[in-house]
Design a protein around this ligand. Sequence first.
Ligand SMILES: [Zn+2]
Length: 364
Amino acid sequence: MTTPPRIDLNRLLGRLDAFNRIGALPGGGNCRLALSDEDRAGRDLLVRWMRDLGLAVTVDAIGNIIGVRGGGEDVAPVMFGSHIDTVGTGGRYDGLYGVLAGLETCEALNDAGRATRRPLALVAFTNEEGSRFPPYAMGSLIYVGGLALEDAYAIRGIDGATVGEELRRIGYVGAASPGFLTPHAYLELHIEQGPILESEGVVIGAVEGITGLSWAEVAITGRAAHAGTTPMHLRRDAACAAGEIAVFVRRLAQAIGGHQKGTVGRIELYPNLVNVVAERAVLTIDLRNTDESLLQDAERQLAGFLDRLAAQEQVAIATRSLARFAPVSFPTEIPRWCRSSKRRRASLRSPAVGSRPVPATTRR
Ligand SMILES: [Zn+2]
């Protein structure tokens, strides 16, 4: 008789603790920027754990790590996983939870002596966060053919190094070509990126799609001037224009409402001195919406504002797109299976929780 697979929560939490010692920050949280030394240490640990469980590990040419647990039939695998890189001040669970929960699933199946019909392919995608090298989701984007490998290798990060150089430096340029394994389905367990489930007291949600995203870098050129002797009306102040853009982006998102988000997350000023009117400012704008036409509307309104601002502040404004993805709707079966599986499991313990509808949320 076979025993049903059982997830060992303590084992999963133990792995999360052990992994999170890599890149741990003093006040809590983690920093494992893509292709950094910390990312390499995390990769090494993950590969070791995958091999310990008998997974066949392959690294592809963009450094995606895929561990396959063989199935009963030679058919397309079910792929699952997430990422192990973090933003500069990442949480303990973002990405890592999805990968380590997948690892725990494989171990639980091993312990129970269970074979699956389809192979299971556990994946950790390279540079999901994009904090060091834009765009985010680089490894998965290349995996599905949305970005050419050579173009990705040439991308220069915030510290000047390129993706290709850093991938080679940490030893994760694999021989396999990205996309070598075509999955039957892909499933990702991920901590909620926002506060909604927690504030509503719901333990899990089934994601129906991915929010569309538009990232731009805006460079403003004004004129450096002495802060004491230059009259206000004769200034061409790049810092002031940058501030106006940050305020506009916030008001734009509020005015469109609904799922529209707008963020200015980075502003750099030159020469960045207390008594000099800034000659140049470079900032980033992140616009997102689940509705493509509303996202385009936000982009249009922003472009119109930048034109007016340039004239008004007597500065030159140049815009460069860093990433642009249209919203995506997932096939409906997987969210439906997540819902029904969650209800079944929850009803074993608590009928009250099981009967509660699972809200659909959108990721990112
Ligand atoms: Zn994530």
